[in-house]
Design a protein around this ligand. Structure first.
Ligand code: ATP
Ligand code: MG
Length: 416
């Protein structure tokens, strides 16, 4: 009996344990599940917050996977393109924007980003709902387990900033043009005028003496030299007068270059140290433009050519003009130091210079502020002028300008 009782107890204990065990496991599972639900709820809440942030942002945001399929787009992006979210999600970039724009523009940026590079560029875009706007676009690589699985593209509308910058740049340029013209031009015109008065007296007196003492050769020399100065002053006066003109007139670029190159002859170094090779087209169509725009634009380039030959054994300045039925071409070549490849892209940026600053008095090598080419380009851009540069280190450089013959002067800044 006892043993039976013991057996019964043993049975009860043994049979209850698995039950308790199961309950315990169930309880634990429940708690786990509850925690998971809580975590999921928190994640969903967080997701909602991020969604809210993304959708209330004015910046356009998209997420694209390695098959170029749109995985996410925010409200601003849909609004800008006047499309529903469903018109993007699950579709490929070429499906949405067309094969051509995908292969010629977008694919390269996306591929660079999938390689792990952050890509950034700025340009004008035409948007269905917003019209023409200027955007700052950044492609960010999105990593999952150390591999780039997506690209996140964030696009910021910086049209107002761009327009403000352009307005400021134009004002600065105007100011630069004005101040250079008024200070240098007026000063030179004043000097030329003031020199001419005593020069006339010297020439008159020398002629008188010569009349009475024709055997004295020195007077002949004085008159000849004075006539030379007189000619220089003529060039200077013409240049200054033309430089002060602010209205567009019919310009003959051959004539303009001749005046400007003649004027440079007043510089001793240019006159005596630089060999010249000028080939001007027999005739060029007239260009409607402001004289000083072209004189400044071209002289800045010529001055650089002169500076570049400062240390060269052979100093040869070539200027060639030609007409190819549509455009006037001007090539300005030198046998100077050349431009390093990595500097070619920086040439037209403001303040890019490899020269000494004006305050540096150590040597007499060329000085610069890095504004010459920047202003040349800005001044000539409205005329539709393009500038190409060929250069070889220690051999020389050629600046090739192409000027549309029939283009009306206009502001092209918003057509980039
Ligand atoms: N013909 C050239 N040969 C070699 N380098 C050139 C030539 N033209 C331009 N460069 C390079 O481009 C730089 C920028 O030229 P830019 O005319 O804008 O400025 P700068 O001549 O240095 O100064 P600034 O013209 O304001 O007096 C020069 O410092 C020089 O390094
Ligand atoms: Mg310069």
């Amino acid at each position: 009996m006892k043993s039976t009782q013991e057996n019964t107890d043993e049975f009860t204990e043994k049979s209850l344990n698995p039950l308790e065990q199961t309950i315990k496991e169930l309880k634990e599972n429940n708690q786990k599940l509850w925690r998971q639900i809580q975590e999921q709820k928190a994640a969903e809440n967080m997701l909602k917050k991020y969604e809210f942030i993304a959708n209330s942002s004015k910046e356009f945001m998209t997420m694209i996977d390695r098959n170029y399929v749109y995985k996410a787009v925010n409200d601003a992006y849909c609004h800008a393109h006047n499309k529903k979210r469903s018109e993007f999600i699950g579709k490929t970039v070429p499906e949405v924007w067309g094969e051509e724009i995908f292969t010629t523009v977008l694919k390269d940026y996306l591929d660079q980003c999938f390689e792990g590079k952050e890509v950034r560029y700025q340009r004008w875009f035409n948007f269905t709902a917003l019209g023409k706007r200027y955007f700052d676009v950044i492609y960010y690589p999105f990593y999952n387990n150390r591999a780039v699985t997506h690209t996140v593209v964030v696009t910021r509308d910086i049209t107002d900033l761009k327009l403000m910058e352009e307005r400021q740049r134009k004002l600065e340029l105007e100011l630069m043009k004005e101040s250079r013209l008024s200070s240098i031009g007026l000063l030179a015109a004043g000097i030329a005028h003031n020199i001419r008065t005593p020069l006339t007296i010297i020439m008159g007196e020398a002629s008188m003496i010569r009349k009475y003492r024709p055997e004295d050769e020195t007077k002949k020399l004085i008159i000849k030299q004075a006539e030379k100065i007189d000619k220089i002053l003529d060039t200077m006066m013409i240049k200054c007068r033309k430089g002060q003109e602010s209205d567009a007139t019919d310009l003959d670029l051959n004539e303009l270059l001749t005046t400007e190159l003649n004027f440079l002859e007043t510089d001793h170094y240019f006159k005596h140290e630089i060999q010249k090779d000028y080939h001007f087209a027999e005739s060029l169509p007239l260009i409607k433009g402001v004289y000083s725009d072209f004189s400044q634009g071209l002289v800045n380039i010529i001055q650089n050519a002169i500076d570049a030959m400062y240390k060269s054994d052979k100093k040869m300045l070539k200027v060639k003009t030609y007409f190819d039925n549509e455009k006037i071409g001007i090539d300005i070549s030198d046998t100077g130091c050349g431009i390093r490849k990595e500097n070619l892209l920086k040439l037209f940026s403001p303040f890019f210079t490899t020269k000494l600053y004006y305050t540096d008095k150590k040597t007499d090598s060329p000085r610069g502020t890095g504004l010459g080419l920047f202003s040349s380009y800005q001044i000539l851009k409205p005329y539709g002028v393009t500038i190409d540069v060929d250069s070889e280190i220690n051999k020389g450089t050629t600046f090739r300008l192409k000027i549309p013959a029939n283009k009306n002067l206009q502001d092209e800044s918003s057509e980039e």
